[in-house]
Write a protein that binds this ligand. Structure first.
Ligand code: ZN
Length: 406
């Protein structure tokens, strides 16, 4: 068991200790256990500290459940029995203190203002979250946020004390404690009493302020994001910069932003509809132009053309042109090439009846694949292939030859 100096001094920045155990984790990183430590191990939703132990850098701090030892994972090995001095990254610790104490104040505010208990807490790198059992709307969340900030501004004392499980059972703890034995209690005067092993402020004013950054429905309740102290300012700065950029881009005031975005969305929807309409009419003209260029091959009308379209565009154009009369073979200008063949709606020529049966789009595509490679298929009325390894003009010429041979 490691004596935890942070329990009674959450601002302790330096300490001296002795290495009582030195080992290597399964992942190969060395670790040491000390007789006492100021380093906080990841637990209770609060991440571990960083810092230095002698010449070594502390990379991770782990709570070993079986013997309550604190493992300091290091970038280099330290021998057992050595005396070391520890130095804790204070900026990181202070940030964690603000978030964790802020969480206690905010969770209690949700109980007092909305009767919504917290079931879990996560202290993230930018924002932290608490999960509440109730589904809450903006108004209720703002009420709890106001209450939490009132407690911060009243600068109430925060005390740490210890109680046995029996003593604790008689106390109005916000949450049922998970462990037995002696409990460490964090007491925010006349506001919140919780069993917690985390590091906390000594007065609520040091939390600085509590800002709810967002919320969402989560597992039948609400997940609330928040940022305290320096983080709240950092978050505000981020929002401010985004808003300034958006208001400048749209030439509107901040309060007009949502309306301006809605207007843009509806304008762009309208424009998309117009483009769709115009594209369709354009396709009709293109199809008419294609159909009118049909040439007679072996007694019926054909269009063989290289057209720059994707597979779907080629198919739509071939269908539209074929609907106007001639059979159509379209080849993309890319290499490998795409080919689409469509049987014409009417076949004009001396051998009307034989011509209709003569053009089989599927067998044409199969002949092209046999010659140029690639893959494809379809029906006698409509077939397509891709991956043809040949010059597009050559593929077009080959199609005409195959048609003549029919
Ligand atoms: Zn806590």
């Amino acid at each position: 068991m490691t004596a935890r100096l942070y329990y009674n001094d959450s601002l302790l920045a330096r300490f001296d200790a002795t290495v009582t155990e030195a080992g290597v984790l399964p992942d190969g990183r060395p670790f040491v256990v000390l007789d006492k430590t100021g380093f906080y191990p990841t637990s209770g939703g609060q991440p571990h500290d960083l810092g230095r132990l002698g010449d070594a850098t502390v990379l991770d701090v782990i709570d070993r459940d079986e013997d309550a030892a604190v493992l300091h994972v290091l970038d280099r090995a330290l021998g057992p029995g050595v005396d070391v001095s520890g130095e804790i990254d204070q900026a990181r610790r202070l940030d964690h203190i603000q978030q964790h104490s802020g969480q206690h104040v905010l969770s209690a505010a949700f109980v007092h203002a909305c009767a919504a208990p917290t079931i879990s807490f996560h202290l993230g790198p930018d924002v932290s979250t608490i999960d509440l059992t109730a589904v809450l709307e903006a108004e209720a969340i703002a009420r709890a946020e106001n209450e939490a900030n009132r407690i911060v501004q009243e600068n109430r004392p925060v005390e740490v004390r210890y109680a046995s499980a029996e003593e604790a059972a008689a106390l109005p703890l916000r949450k049922e404690p998970k462990r037995g034995g002696t409990l460490r209690l964090v007491d925010i005067e006349n506001w919140d009493l919780s069993a917690c092993g985390g590091t906390h402020v000594s007065r609520t004013g040091s939390i600085g302020g509590i800002a709810v950054t967002g919320w969402e429905r989560y597992k039948g309740g609400t997940r609330v994001g928040f940022a305290c102290g320096h983080r709240a300012v950092r978050h505000h700065r981020l929002l401010r910069d985004v808003v300034i950029e958006a208001t400048r881009a749209l030439s509107v005031q901040m309060s007009e932003l949502p309306e301006a975005v809605r207007r843009l969305q509806s304008d762009s929807r309208e424009a998309r509809q117009q483009v769709r309409g115009l594209t369709e009419s354009l396709a009709k003209y293109e199809a008419a132009e294609l159909a009118s260029s049909a040439k007679e091959i072996a007694g019926h009308r054909f269009v063989v053309r290289v057209v720059d379209r994707d597979a779907n565009g080629l198919k739509l154009l071939a269908q539209a042109a074929a609907a106007l009369g001639p059979s159509v073979v379209l080849v993309s200008p890319s290499r490998p090439a795409l080919v689409v063949a469509a049987r014409g709606a009417t076949v004009v020529g001396p051998n009307f009846s034989s011509a209709v049966t003569a053009f089989d789009a599927k067998s044409l595509v199969a002949s092209l694949i046999a010659r140029f490679g690639g893959k494809g298929g379809g029906r006698p009325e409509m077939a397509q292939a891709g991956g043809l390894d040949g010059d597009p003009t050559e593929i077009g010429a080959a199609s005409a030859e195959i048609l003549k041979g029919d």
